[in-house]
Design a protein around this ligand. Structure first.
Ligand code: 6PG
Length: 242
């Protein structure tokens, strides 16, 4: 694993860097394997990155989009991660609909839809038995409690290692999420973290020792490849490197 920690004066500078890394990773993937497979982050931080990507000129038919996690709501719900990414980016570029894999949340049965999410990943990647699918870029954020994707503190989803996607929960609210083994196989893991409210959790993430059930983002440091921590100054101020 190669871990990069970069701190930026403000959120806009952090997003600019995330954009550059994303474009480079997409181009490397297409040049090497003929396609780029992404898993997008939810929440609010990545929206300006998606808006910048909407102005890019990329071979959209060679780019495939999944989500790292999704709230259990329809795509037209204001909380939908897919709805936000489509409005900010995907509906503005010529990416084929067939290349966009919306996380299934319409079955009114979160556990069954988690199985469908898992099957969506399995059918696309067809990984050999015992191996994990490898995304080219997984974009992630981190909550002020140290969660990432929908892998929340002290939840069962943290320990799921025999599936690609599973049912998570936030204070009882169902979420669908990729599992840590999949996140940690990504060729490029891009963590975008901004805001003073993330300081405490970030300090715990980078502490020499800590509880990775209480601060799940710590587990991303077990990743196999490139891990980018892109932080704004407000979030990073309490880190020893700052
Ligand atoms: C979600 C995200 C979640 C998010 C963090 C940070 O569905 O909410 O996947 O993991 O990345 O909660 O959210 P903000 O970017 O809004 O701070």
């Amino acid at each position: 694993m190669t871990e990069h920690i970069e701190v930026f004066s403000d959120r806009a500078a952090m997003i600019d860097r995330a954009f550059t890394i994303t474009i480079e990773s997409i181009q490397t993937a297409i040049n090497t394997r003929g396609r780029a497979i992404l898993a997008l982050a939810g929440g609010s931080t990545p929206k300006p990155l998606y808006e910048k990507l909407a102005t890019s000129h990329l071979p959209w038919d060679q780019i495939y989009i999944f989500w790292g996690d999704e709230r259990y709501v329809p795509i037209d719900h204001p909380d939908s991660n897919a709805g936000m990414a489509k409005q900010a980016w995907l509906d503005r570029v010529a990416i084929p609909e067939a290349n966009i894999f919306i996380t299934p949340t319409l079955g009114n049965d979160p556990a069954a839809d988690a199985d469908r999410f898992n099957a969506q990943i399995a059918n696309f990647f067809t990984p050999a038995t015992g191996t994990m699918p490898i995304f080219d870029v997984v974009m992630l954020g981190m909550g002020d409690d140290g969660h990432t994707a929908s892998l929340f503190p002290q939840t069962a989803a943290l320990e799921v290692t025999d599936r690609y996607a599973t049912l998570g929960e936030k204070s009882g609210e169902p979420r669908l999420t990729l599992t840590f083994p999949v996140l940690n196989r990504a060729r490029t893991l891009l963590m975008m973290i901004a805001g003073a409210n993330k300081q405490t959790a970030l300090t715990q993430i980078f502490a020499e020792t800590g509880d990775d059930r209480q601060y799940p983002s710590r587990r991303l440091r077990q990743t196999h490849n490139e891990l980018w921590w892109l932080l704004d100054a407000d979030a990073a101020i309490a880190l020893p490197t700052s």
